[in-house]
Design a protein around this ligand. Structure first.
Ligand SMILES: NC(=O)c1ccc[n+]([C@@H]2O[C@H](COP(=O)([O-])OP(=O)(O)OC[C@H]3O[C@@H](n4cnc5c(N)ncnc54)[C@H](OP(=O)(O)O)[C@@H]3O)[C@@H](O)[C@H]2O)c1
Length: 304
């Protein structure tokens, strides 16, 4: 049954039955996808990060273990992979794993420029291509707004020459939100990456509505608060109301909270474990949640 969990399968079966369109073969279920506003291209709602989790250096054992994590990701319909030169060996390890799995074509590869030097930024782009073993990137971001004024013209050049498809910038954990707001108001960018989860909700006030208004895609980092949130909730019994929302476990529920926000295109949870990847990718299927359901999750997190 591939990436389908039992509940998703039952939902599919019942929707097929309700529509009366029952064929001998049940169609493969597609992942939930959202359109990038600047192009209309669809991307799956659950991607993956690589900070720490893929920074495993040269150990062949560790690299092969990460290949298995990535294999699980692709098999569950994942495509968006996020990294940065800031993440140690992560870009190199991703390049190794993508090559080993022969999945270069399937990756919606996202990386970043992370240097205060405009000139060094050009060198870093070439380094990233070599490390990932890719000729181009889907998304290229200015990491943490570092020298964004210096880097943006080069990113525009890269986009025009087809070496990247989309450009933008990233921030995290509530940092420099007013600068991000200024950039959204004054610059033409395709993507913004920011922190959002059921506990850290500051971006709901200004940045998410503004991104939506400006037609900028939102990629969400730290959906589990770097793991702190998930460690808190996993001590609690999974609630009946969570199952009623079509989720099987806490990670899936927390990710559904994030991706169901109308301004959000995808979340990029990071994991080093196949079993965790399987849980997370549950959120790539089923349905998005209504506002009242998202509120219920946020209230439960607040009351923990
Ligand atoms: N400014 C920026 O550009 C910026 C800043 C921050 C993050 N990011 C990007 O966003 C990605 C995600 O953020 P993050 O890595 O900081 O934090 P995160 O995704 O919120 O949390 C990652 C942690 O959650 C744990 N985890 C994942 N799935 C789990 C599951 N199903 N059950 C239990 N634990 C689980 C992982 O441990 P296990 O390995 O044990 O699963 C890991 O320790 C980063 O990797 C990076 O690519 C970008």
């Amino acid at each position: 049954m591939g990436p389908l969990n039992r509940r998703a399968f039952l939902q599919l079966s019942s929707s097929v039955l309700v529509s009366g369109a029952v064929n001998a073969a049940i169609p493969a279920v597609s992942p939930l996808q959202k359109a990038i506003p600047s192009s209309g291209e669809l991307i799956p709602v659950i991607g993956m990060g690589s900070w720490i989790t893929f920074n495993v250096g040269n150990s062949v054992t560790q690299r092969k273990a990460r290949s298995q994590v990535l294999d699980e990701f692709f098999n569950a319909g994942g495509r968006v992979i996020d990294s940065s030169p800031m993440y140690g060996s992560a870009e190199d390890v991703l390049g190794y794993c993508l090559h080993e799995l022969d999945r270069q074509q399937d990756a919606f590869a996202t990386t970043k420029v992370w240097t205060s030097s405009t000139q060094q930024g050009r060198v870093q782009f070439e380094d990233s291509k070599r490390l990932w073993q890719l000729p181009r990137f889907s998304v290229y971001l200015v990491h943490n707004l570092n020298n964004w004024r210096g880097h943006l013209p080069y990113l525009q050049e890269l986009k025009q020459s087809g070496q990247i498809k989309y450009l933008g910038l990233s921030t995290s954990h509530g940092r420099r939100h007013s600068d991000v707001e200024d950039i959204l108001n004054t610059q033409l960018i395709d993507f913004v990456q920011l922190t959002y989860n059921a506990a850290d909700r500051e971006v709901e006030q200004r940045l998410l509505p503004l991104a939506q208004e400006k037609g900028v895609a939102v990629m969400v980092n730290r959906p589990f608060q770097t793991g702190r949130l998930i460690n808190r909730v996993k001590r609690e019994l999974f609630p009946e109301w969570g199952a009623a929302m079509g989720c099987d476990n806490w990670p899936e529920l927390l990710l559904k909270f994030v991706i169901s926000h109308p301004a959000v295109n995808c979340a990029i949870p990071a994991t080093s474990q196949v079993e965790h990847m399987r849980e997370n990718m549950g959120a790539n299927y089923g349905r998005l949640l209504a506002d009242y359901e998202r509120k219920r999750i946020a209230d439960a997190i607040r009351d923990l």
